[in-house]
Write a protein that binds this ligand. Structure first.
Ligand SMILES: *[C@@H]1O[C@H](CO)[C@@H](O)[C@H](O)[C@H]1NC(C)=O
Ligand SMILES: *[C@@H]1O[C@H](CO)[C@@H](O)[C@H](O)[C@H]1NC(C)=O
Ligand SMILES: *[C@@H]1O[C@H](CO)[C@@H](O)[C@H](O)[C@H]1NC(C)=O
Ligand SMILES: *[C@@H]1O[C@H](CO)[C@@H](O)[C@H](O)[C@H]1NC(C)=O
Ligand SMILES: *[C@@H]1O[C@H](CO)[C@@H](O)[C@H](O)[C@H]1NC(C)=O
Ligand SMILES: *[C@@H]1O[C@H](CO)[C@@H](O)[C@H](O)[C@H]1NC(C)=O
Ligand SMILES: *[C@@H]1O[C@H](CO)[C@@H](O)[C@H](O)[C@H]1NC(C)=O
Ligand SMILES: *[C@@H]1O[C@H](CO)[C@@H](O)[C@H](O)[C@H]1NC(C)=O
Length: 483
């Protein structure tokens, strides 16, 4: 997701609704959070399949990285929107919202995304690979681009890639008049749900439900035209009503459907597993369906069960997976680790009777370039960099030549896997600040802190280090370190 776990449908957003309303609704929506309180979990990581050996498959599509440079052509006023409350609270931006310069806000939003080509009814489009959402959508030819300050503007200002020319091959979804996805950085798309054929990595999924956006508030990269949502059916965001009361997974108005990957294995095209490999240096990678991509990796892997975690006060999410959520044994950060920390509502551990208070859940999210973790991890970690470490625009920065303290995630069996220094202190994001009267080159530390009760994410700066296997059939993640 584009800085969002929070793809919240909005009230009353049929295409004719004024966008001012959309913006208000975005800021008022209740944030999506983990609720540990009632997250009763049957602990059965291997309940749904027979685990096979991971094999390299030919159904792999090359991924590449695009950088959204903060919108040379982009819709500028999106960046000026008040941040979603979660961001304001969790990322300590409340105090900065009124004072931060536009330049700093732009920097906050600059980011990389991994993209792949897909074909919808034989038209090729580039889409963001997002394990943190479930809908696949592209922008439609006659879409309207909105600026929250001035209303409708030329579609070029939304900076999408090529648009989809046409409409649904198999018609619209009955019972769903429109959809609306609002992103917590102020972006928004709305449109219709219908069916078409979707081809990716040489596999054609017939009569797949997709979304076509016909309106947008978007700060695009000029390349991508939408998203490929690889999350679970419960994470889809299509509702038969725009009543926000029911804007949660599994609600009476939720029109849950099988996303592209779910349809792919249900149609018998592949085994229920996909994998992602990224290369931080070349900006290239692979998305493979049914097995592993053709990438050199260590044989030895670390594993963790994918577990349902209650989100958004939704009972359905307690027992059915929504996203790729794991509960690591712990985190190692510099000289410290999480073993003596306590996270979350204490009743969480009562529900998860196989975990300790020092554990917390994280979502594997390929749509986020960075990772979002509790402040009680991020702050003591960044303080182990050489001074002057600073917090600007809600992000932590350290001297670019700092020694990077180790950062690792401990998974099943006590196996700790580490991130490369280049994924922690990101040399491509720099700024100069004055320290004791002297200019210092600072680089971005790719960990953001967030609300104490999450949601927490491991983004691309984690995924860059592994062939990551999303084994849906066995509800298990496997991470093979890259060679
Ligand atoms: C943990 O919870 C599961 C499912 O609720 C239950 O089957 C199991 O017996 C519990 N284990 C312990 C040690 O209480
Ligand atoms: C920011 O400005 C708005 C409008 O002027 C005001 O309502 C709000 O309280 C200010 N926030 C902070 C944190 O100063
Ligand atoms: C865009 O075109 C499609 C198909 O021709 C049509 O169904 C839809 O209403 C149009 N949207 C707008 C905003 O004009
Ligand atoms: C849709 O048509 C426009 C105008 O001809 C073209 O530029 C664009 O590439 C087409 N989109 C796709 C996905 O082929
Ligand atoms: C990543 O890309 C770099 C530069 O192209 C290359 O040297 C390196 O071998 C690649 N790494 C992997 C694991 O493929
Ligand atoms: C965590 O730190 C404790 C000491 O505070 C140490 O005993 C333990 O081995 C560490 N665990 C890991 C996984 O590093
Ligand atoms: C955890 O252990 C570290 C290292 O011993 C110590 O600095 C830190 O204060 C401890 N944290 C808590 C919450 O006890
Ligand atoms: C980083 O660079 C600064 C300025 O050139 C220098 O003073 C400092 O010693 C360097 N630090 C490290 C850890 O190399």
């Amino acid at each position: 997701m584009k800085y969002t776990a929070l793809v919240l449908p909005l009230a009353g957003l049929a295409s004719a609704t004024p966008l001012a309303h959309a913006v208000d609704s975005t800021t008022e929506s209740s944030p999506l959070r983990f609720r540990f309180r009632a997250g009763h979990l049957p602990s059965q990581p291997h309940a749904r399949g027979v685990q096979k050996k991971d094999v390299v498959v030919s159904n792999a599509v090359p991924m590449r990285k695009v950088t959204n440079a903060g919108g040379n052509n982009a819709l500028r006023s999106v960046w000026k929107q008040p941040l979603h409350k979660t961001f304001a609270d969790g990322w300590d931006l409340t105090a900065e919202t009124n004072t931060t310069t536009p330049a700093a806000r732009l920097r906050f939003l600059i980011h990389n995304q991994y993209i792949v080509p897909i074909q919808i009814d034989d038209q090729e489009l580039q889409v963001t690979v997002d394990t943190g959402s479930s809908d696949t959508w592209v922008v439609q030819s006659n879409f309207s681009c909105f600026d929250p300050d001035v209303g409708q503007i030329g579609s070029e200002f939304c900076s999408f890639g090529p648009v989809f020319n046409g409409t649904f091959k198999y018609g619209s979804v009955p019972d769903v008049s429109s959809f609306a996805l609002s992103f917590s950085n102020g972006e928004y798309i709305g449109g219709a749900a219908g069916y078409d054929d979707v081809t990716i990595a040489g596999l054609t999924v017939k009569k797949q439900q997709i979304l076509l956006a016909n309106e947008a508030m978007w700060a695009g990269d000029g390349v991508t035209s939408g998203y490929l949502g690889l999350g679970y059916p419960l994470g889809t965001q299509v509702f038969s009503s725009s009543d926000p009361t029911y804007a949660y997974p599994g609600s009476p108005t939720h029109r849950k459907y099988d996303p592209v990957f779910t349809s792919m294995y249900k149609q018998g095209l592949v085994d229920p597993v996909f994998s992602i490999a990224m290369n931080r240096t070349s900006g290239e990678g692979w998305l493979a369906f049914g097995g592993l991509p053709p990438v050199e990796h260590e044989d030895d892997y670390a594993r963790a069960a994918i577990r349902p975690i209650e989100i958004d006060n939704s009972p359905a999410t307690k027992t059915e997976n929504t996203y790729y959520t794991i509960v690591p044994d712990g985190f190692v950060f510099g000289n410290l680790n999480t073993s003596n920390l306590t996270f979350s509502n204490p009743t969480w551990t009562a529900d998860f009777n196989d975990t300790k208070p020092s554990q917390f859940p994280v979502i594997l999210n390929s749509g986020l370039p960075f990772s979002f973790l509790p402040r009680s991890v991020v702050l003591p970690y960044v303080l182990q960099f050489s001074a002057p470490v600073g917090r600007f625009g809600g992000q932590y920065w350290a001297p670019c030549n700092s020694t990077v303290p180790p950062f690792g995630v401990t998974l099943s069996g006590g196996k700790t896997i580490y991130l490369a220094e280049a994924d922690i202190l990101q040399q491509e994001f720099t700024q100069v600040q004055s320290y004791e009267g002297l200019p210092v080159d600072l680089c971005l530390i790719a960990f953001m802190d967030t609300l104490p009760d999450g949601p927490f994410y491991l983004g691309d700066n984690f995924l860059n280090n592994f062939v990551s296997v999303f084994d849906v059939g066995n509800s298990e993640m496997r991470f093979y370190p890259l060679k």
